[in-house]
Ligand binder design. Structure first.
Ligand code: MN
Length: 453
C-alpha cells in the first residue's frame, strides 16, 4: 500500500494584489499541506508543479521553501515533484537545486518507487514541443504506477493535451495520473485510469471561488482519491445588480451586509442604474477591515467595449493588451526590456541589440508572431459550472483558473533540451473576479510575465 498527498500549484512567492500578506498566505497554505503530511505520516508528498509562482522567486521564498522541505526531510517523507510552467527556467530548474540539497526529488522517466507504487514525472511542455515527446517511461516492478504531470489535460476544462495520447503512447500501464496546472480540483477516469487535479492551495485568482485543498491518494487494491480542504484566506464574493435609479448608496448598503474583516472582497456591479466609483467602494471596504478590495463595474463594458482596462491593476491591464496584440516573443522581449525591465535606461539599447542578435543566431522562431488565441483566453468554461461546483466536491473541473496556455507565444523553438520552458503568457491570473467568463476583464488570466525569454 502507498499513501501520498498529491498537491500542486502552490505558487509560492505570489504577492497577489501586490500584497505581502497574500505572499505569506501562499506560504501558509503550503505549510498546512506539510503539517498534514507529517500528521498523517504519508509515504510521500507528490507535487504536480508550480511550486513557485515565478521563475525568479525571491530569496525569502527560497529560504521559506527550504525550511518547509526540511521539515518533511526531518520526518523522512520524500518530496517528489515535476516542473510547472510558472517556475520553469532555461538555465536549470529550482527543483534540481532542492534535489541537490537532498530536499526533493525530480520525477521523470525512471520509476521512483514508494511502497508499492512507482511514480513517474512529466514536466510542463509547451504545445509546440509535445509532438516530439516519446513518453519513454522505463519499466518498474511495483504493484501500481502513477504519472505526475503539469498541463491542461483532457477531459477537464480548457484542456489542450490529450490524456488518451499520453496513456496510449506510454509503455507503462498507469493506475492514476496526478495532475497540476488547472487550479480547479477534479477527478475523472480515462480508459480505466484515474485522472485527477488536486487544485491550487490558495486562490491564485478571484475566479477560484471553490475551497482550496489537496488530494490524499491511496494505492491499495484500487486507487482511492480523497479531497482535503485547506483553511485559506477568506474571499468574499459580492455581486450587486442595480436597478434603474439606483447607485452607489445601494452598493454600499449591500456591501454592509458582509463581514469583510481580513478578507479579499471581490465585488461586481451589474444591471442598470447610475455610475459608481469603484475606488471609493474599495476604500470603504478596506476601511471596514478588508485586506484587499476589488470592485468592478461590469456595466462599463457595454458602453465602452473597446477599452477593456480595469484600473484595479494597470500593470495587468497593460500586460493583457500586449498579449492581445499577438506579438512575437522577440517583440515582447524588446517591450519588456524597454518598458518594465530592470535594465538601466542607459543600457537599454545595448541590451536589446544583444538579445535580438542572440535570437537571430539561435532562436529564429522567436520572431514568429503569436498565433491568434484570442477567444480562448480566460474562463471559457460554462458559467453554470461555477454554481454546480460550489460544494468543492472536486468532481467537476470548471477551471476558470488556468485556462490560457499562452499558446500564441509558444513558438520558442530554441534547442534547450530541458522540458517545460515557461510559456510567455502566464496562465492563472484573474485578480478582478466576477462571474462572467466572457468578460474581457475576467479573461485577464493572461498576465504576461516577460522577465525571462
Ligand atoms: Mn498554476
Amino acid at each position: 500500500m502507498t499513501r501520498v498527498i498529491h498537491t500542486g500549484d502552490t505558487h509560492l512567492g505570489y504577492a497577489q494584489y501586490h500584497s505581502q500578506t497574500r505572499r505569506a498566505d501562499f506560504r501558509d497554505a503550503f505549510e498546512q499541506v506539510i503539517d498534514d503530511a507529517i500528521d498523517e505520516d504519508v509515504d510521500a508528498v507528490i507535487h504536480a508543479g508550480d511550486l513557485f509562482d515565478d521563475r525568479r522567486p525571491e530569496l525569502s521564498d527560497l529560504l521559506e521553501t527550504i525550511r518547509l522541505l526540511r521539515r518533511l526531510q526531518g520526518e523522512k517523507i520524500p518530496f517528489l515533484a515535476v516542473v510547472g510552467n510558472h517556475e520553469s527556467t532555461r538555465s536549470g530548474q529550482w527543483l534540481d537545486l532542492f534535489e541537490d540539497l537532498g530536499l526533493a526529488e525530480r520525477l521523470g522517466t525512471e520509476p521512483r518507487t514508494v511502497g508499492s507504487t512507482a511514480f513517474y514525472g512529466l514536466d510542463h511542455v509547451p504545445k509546440s514541443r509535445r509532438a516530439d515527446l516519446d513518453y519513454d517511461f522505463r519499466p518498474h516492478n511495483a504493484d501500481h504506477a502513477a504519472l505526475v504531470a503539469h498541463g491542461l489535460f483532457t477531459p477537464f476544462a480548457h484542456a489542450d493535451w490529450e490524456t488518451e495520447t499520453v496513456l496510449e503512447e506510454s509503455p507503462i500501464d498507469f493506475d492514476a495520473v496526478l495532475l497540476g496546472d488547472n487550479h480547479e480540483p477534479g477527478t475523472e477516469t480515462v480508459d480505466d485510469t484515474w485522472v485527477t487535479y488536486c487544485g491550487s492551495t490558495e486562490r491564485a485568482s478571484a475566479a477560484e471561488e471553490t475551497p482550496r485543498g489537496y488530494n490524499l491518494v491511496t494505492f491499495d487494491d484500487g486507487v482511492d482519491i480523497r479531497r482535503r480542504t485547506l483553511d485559506t484566506r477568506p474571499f468574499v464574493f459580492v455581486s450587486v445588480s442595480l436597478s434603474a435609479g439606483e447607485g452607489a448608496e445601494r452598493v454600499h448598503e449591500q456591501l454592509r451586509q458582509h463581514d469583510v474583516t481580513d478578507a479579499v472582497a471581490v465585488v461586481e456591479v451589474t444591471g442598470e442604474g447610475e455610475p459608481v466609483a469603484p475606488a471609493a467602494m474599495e476604500e470603504s471596504l478596506t476601511d471596514r477591515g478588508a485586506l484587499v478590495a476589488r470592485v468592478t463595474d461590469r456595466r462599463d463594458r457595454e458602453s465602452d467595449a473597446d477599452l477593456d482596462v480595469s484600473f484595479a491593476d494597470p500593470d495587468d491591464a497593460v500586460a493583457e493588451r500586449i498579449h492581445d496584440l499577438g506579438l512575437s516573443e522577440a517583440a515582447l522581449e524588446v517591450d519588456e526590456t524597454i518598458r518594465a525591465g530592470e535594465t538601466a535606461d542607459a543600457n537599454v539599447r545595448a541590451t536589446v541589440e544583444a538579445r535580438v542578435a542572440e535570437q537571430l543566431d539561435g532562436d529564429r522562431a522567436a520572431f514568429q508572431p503569436a498565433a491568434d488565441d484570442s477567444g480562448q483566453g480566460g474562463g471559457s468554461a460554462d458559467e453554470a459550472d461555477e454554481g454546480t461546483n460550489s460544494d468543492g466536491s472536486g468532481a467537476e473541473a470548471d477551471g476558470h483558473s488556468n485556462s490560457d496556455d499562452g499558446s500564441g507565444v509558444e513558438t520558442d523553438g530554441h534547442s534547450d533540451t530541458d522540458s517545460g520552458d515557461a510559456d510567455a503568457t502566464d496562465t492563472d491570473r484573474n485578480e478582478n473576479g466576477g462571474s462572467d467568463p466572457d468578460d474581457p476583464d475576467r479573461a485577464a488570466d493572461t498576465q504576461v510575465t516577460m522577465e525571462d525569454f
